[in-house]
Ligand binder design. Sequence first.
Ligand code: ASP
Length: 582
Amino acid sequence: MFRSHTCGELTLDQVGKKVTLAGWVQKNRDKGFMIWVDLRDRYGITQLIFDEERTPKSIMDIAKSLGREFVIQVSGDVIERESKNEKILTGEIEILVTDLKILNSALLPPFTIENKTDGGEDLRMKFRYLDIRRNPVKENLIFRHKVTMSVRNYLSEKSFVEIETPYLIKSTPEGARDFVVPSRMNEGEFYALPQSPQTFKQLLMVGGMDKYFQIVKCFRDEDLRADRQPEFTQIDCEMAFVDQEDVLNTFEGMIHHLLEEFHGVSVGKFPVMNYDDAMRRYGNDKPDIRFGMEFGELNEVSQHRDFNVFNNSELVIGIAVPGGNSYSRKEIDQLIDWVKRPQVGALGMVYVRCNDDGSFKSSVDKFFDQQDLAQWATKTGAEPGDLICVLSGEKDKVRAQLSALRMELAERNGMRKPNEFAPLWVVDFPLLEWDEETQRYHAMHHPFTSPKHDQIDLLATDPASVKANAYDLVLNGNEIGGGSIRIHDSETQSMMFDYLGFTPEEAESQFGFLMNAFKYGAPPHGGIAFGLDRLVAILGGQETIRDFIAFPKNNSGRDIMIDAPSPIDEDQLDELHIKLKS
Ligand code: ASP
């Protein structure tokens, strides 16, 4: 037997017992005649004591040679400690060691294996297996496991069946580039790694598996943005014989269950907001509604004077920053610089101080009088003591800019509280989105999403205005899930491909299998997929998904521990029929 107990469980109840433990040396304090060692495993830390009088000399000698992170096995007696440590469960006892075996020595770790380490991100990633020994990382991984188990159990109880779908497939166009895998046996042909199991889960519906889910890896070869991973995990779900309401109810239930289980909070019925309102009120399709600062539209009350910046703008909008009148001139100037950074891209910012006596002082006092400014205050909901920040410009751009400012100010002012949860359904997304680069419409969600039935005719005349039966679940300003009711007949599906610019031949060669399946009795169906990494991070009160992934890739998509991607040798390339451009 390697160990009778773990390092996290012995208490006064076991005093007098003989035990065997195994683990890593966290710390070694050598006082000459007495040595204390903190022994660590996944479960906790137990103090070992060796002393000249009671420990055999040979064991004493081995104890003196222990270095940090050595792997050892010890046997001994559980005794009561003289100076107790109330912070840990095992803090009242120690093990008087009678036998000690070094199972493996260890090099000095390149960073300290402590809750707060001196190791930088790169070093920790290169030695991720050491990082995983640290409590915060270890606990995040265990937390992820618990969330995953809870999801599995919940869905399984609701009659969902977890079914695996293949990883070597043909590409599904979902907005990102595919990772491709060359086929050795089929010269010049490639598999693609799935961006999601979308078409397969739809085929499972045709196959009669009316409630499917899968906790599944998905792969997207995107230009990397902060906190995105090229491979990530989805809770992928699909249901047959449902309408949008049914899907929303089912998965609202799942999120309720998770919030209850992991935070003991009951958030009530999730609010539903349509896409157009979300854009108008928050400039964003994933608004954080834990705090106010809703947009006030100011065109009517700001374009009647000689201020050409506003007069020439498609949209003038503002937000009221609570307590913002206390900002110094310098702080406001910094805010203006912040919105002018290329990442935000505003040309400038107009501001209004709302004084406690009800008067206003603005950066455009030359053009606007107190009455004008009072109207801006009404439209933005500003109170005395607030600061109104106003941006103007082209509608979509200025909304995105003000949304960025709103989130930044909320972050700075501590309004994004990690332990407060505000879920929100955003529904009625546009079906299509114009792509400047290709000068074409693209499916906003994916090409299998059903347009709203009464709007199909509009596709011919005003495609941009057509809404889809598509929805996102937003939690605290993060999109954690998205899905749609699908097209389930082959005519509508081929019409859709046509609108998206596929020739009938292209549609047939890429999606013939799906359209064909729809001819054999496809039930109405719809579904959703949640990003597990992000969901776990948010439930864990953090927003960095990397902290919840055992072996994540860095911001350039590299695994710096195993050094991937990496070149492959000539023979392998030959076998795969690949010639590199030198
Ligand atoms: N396949 C979609 C996605 O990955 C989700 C869905 O429509 O169910 O975003």
